[in-house]
Design a protein around this ligand. Structure first.
Ligand SMILES: [Zn+2]
Length: 57
């Protein structure tokens, strides 16, 4: 029986993963949808990616 869940679970469940592609180096990775509200830095080259223009499905 796994009837119980931790308090943070429900909010995490509402998040979706969005695929980001760095326009500079082409690295692709996924971020949670709440991270789209802020700037995302490419972990490979450090370029700031705007997910509104660079996300690819
Ligand atoms: Zn990059």
């Amino acid at each position: 029986m796994t009837d119980q869940h931790c308090p943070g679970f429900e909010s995490n469940k509402a998040l979706s993963e969005v695929k980001i592609k760095c326009p500079a180096c082409g690295k692709e990775w996924e971020v949670f949808s709440d991270e789209l509200e802020k700037e995302i830095k490419c972990s490979a080259c450090g370029v700031v990616v705007d997910p509104k223009t660079c996300s690819c499905k």
